[in-house]
Write a protein that binds this ligand. Structure first.
Ligand code: SF4
Ligand code: SF4
Length: 472
């Protein structure tokens, strides 16, 4: 039994035979285009700068997967901070839920690096070399290589290399990336391989894959149906005003229809010019309603506003609105999810901050002794080695001291008076406790070790001092 073919393209970026339907979006200049461009360039500056900004001797953001350490604005989290990291993850997820419930896909259209780099870096370069969407289409139809396309790809490759290095700086630090770039690939073959792979992926994404990343690869778009409700901010076409669509009478700009018409109009305001479709970077027709592929970029608003201005009709046939408003109902700001998400977010965020504040400033362990547990000295005393490991988990350099709370007769040999430690580093303190033989009961004695830092923090642990049996 053969299946009936779908009535139309399943995805805006696929032909009926499954091949790629390439999109050549036209630029739509308008108020949102200007605002998005400003935001876009500010975000690009931020994305590029963050790994190079130093806060307390560390990059502002460093996701060091190899050492399993995550640094955010001076605070470093390690696997031992699993609960804090979980709370941080929950905070991010709830923030995404809340922002989407309120403002729809504002992140996709205005802030996502994929959109920002594509719209404000790679597409302008393409227009510079190829001349515009129709010229790009002609180049594709003609096939083969032209100097314009080759030059564009050469610039893309350089940019992809730069962006790949910036991207990697988030994971291995800007200093490491700088060292990789300056030294021979033979010195760091793994690092070189990673840079080459990420550069190739960036090039593939921005030169070829483009909107497919949003439509096919990104899971966020697929969650819209559950994250949005009737009152969430969306970009929508006012069907009640626009339909029935048709060409403007006379086909001329200007006076075709009065601005305010009495009664129901015989023809809607949409003149079916397709400017909104031709500018859409994901190739959809917003007049068919809200679709998963819509990334909320507002280009169709700018495109339609230009047409409405020419026809002297009110702007906003396509606009920021909500499903409720488009259906003629009032838009409600307060609704269950807009109350539940912030409440949950507040609880999780407070828990997160409390946990961060209460985070221990150092980890201290009494280590198992290697070799002989004690040595009997010639003067009748016993030397017991005790090894203490200290790890500085604070964000600052700290100096640690160790004190032993034991019976009065003991003497402690500590090779150093204090132990300075950089954040995230550790050291082992090797003590020797010299005790009279008769202080041991059945081969051991309980004592307490206290570790202090130079900022007033301290912690105390129980320790067992081993010695000879049967002396008392
Ligand atoms: S740009 Fe506006 S007028 Fe033109 S087709 Fe789209 S909705 Fe209709
Ligand atoms: S429908 Fe409009 S807002 Fe949505 S992706 Fe296309 S141009 Fe952007």
């Amino acid at each position: 039994m053969s299946l009936a073919p779908p009535p139309e393209r399943v995805l805006s970026t696929l032909n009926e035979d499954g091949s790629r339907f390439k999109i050549y979006p036209k630029v739509a200049v308008g108020r949102f285009h200007g605002a998005r461009r400003l935001v876009g360039y500010a975000l690009i500056a931020l994305f590029v700068a963050l790994p190079y900004v130093d806060i307390g001797g560390k990059p502002a953001i460093l996701l060091d997967l190899a050492r399993r350490q995550f640094t955010f604005f001076g605070a470093t989290f390690r696997p031992a901070d699993g609960f804090i990291l979980m709370l941080f993850g929950l905070t991010v997820v709830l923030t995404v839920f809340l922002v989407t419930a309120l403002a729809g896909r504002v992140w996709c259209g205005w802030g996502c690096p994929q959109t920002v780099y594509l719209e404000w870096v790679f597409r302008p370069i393409e227009r510079l070399f190829e001349g515009g969407p129709s010229e790009s289409r002609k180049l594709d139809e003609r096939g083969g290589l032209s100097w314009r396309r080759t030059a564009k790809w050469a610039v893309y490759a350089v940019l992809a290399f730069v962006l790949a290095n910036v991207f990697l700086a988030y994971f291995v630090s800007a200093t490491t990336v700088g060292n990789w770039v300056r030294s021979s690939p033979a010195v760091h073959p793994v690092g070189f391989g990673v840079v080459v792979c990420v550069t190739a992926l960036m090039f593939f994404d921005f030169a070829y894959f483009r909107e497919q990343t949003c439509v096919l690869a990104c899971p966020y778009g697929r969650l819209q149906s559950v994250l949005l409700d009737q009152h969430s901010l969306i970009i929508g076409y006012d069907e009640r005003r626009g339909e029935p669509r048709g060409k403007a009478p006379g086909g001329k700009r200007g006076k075709a229809l009065p601005v305010v018409r009495e009664g129901a109009p015989a023809v809607g305001d949409c003149v079916d010019c397709r400017a909104c479709v031709n500018t859409c970077p994901t190739g959809i027709d917003i007049r068919r309603g809200l679709q998963m592929e819509c990334i909320g970029c507002a280009q169709c608003i700018d495109a339609c506003d230009v047409i409405m201005d020419r026809l002297e009709r009110p702007r906003g046939l396509i606009r920021y609105t909500s499903k409720a408003e488009l259906a003629g109902k009032a838009r409600r700001f307060l609704r269950p999810r807009v109350l539940v998400y912030p409440a949950a977010l507040a609880v999780v965020a407070v828990l997160f901050l409390v946990q961060v504040e209460a985070r221990t400033r150092a980890d201290v362990w009494i280590l198992r002794q290697e070799g002989a547990p004690f040595t009997q000295l010639g003067d009748g005393t016993v030397s017991t080695p005790v090894r203490i490991k200290i790890e500085n988990r604070s964000a600052a350099r700290r100096t640690y001291r160790v004190a032993l709370d034991d019976v009065a007769a003991v003497r402690v040999i500590d090779p150093r008076p204090d132990y300075p430690l950089e954040p995230g580093t550790s050291t082992i303190v090797p003590l020797f406790v010299i005790s009279p033989r008769d202080t041991f009961v059945r081969g051991e004695r309980a004592a307490r070790v206290t570790v202090f830092d130079d900022a007033g923090w301290h912690t105390t642990l129980a320790v067992t001092i081993l010695g000879p049996e049967g002396e008392r």
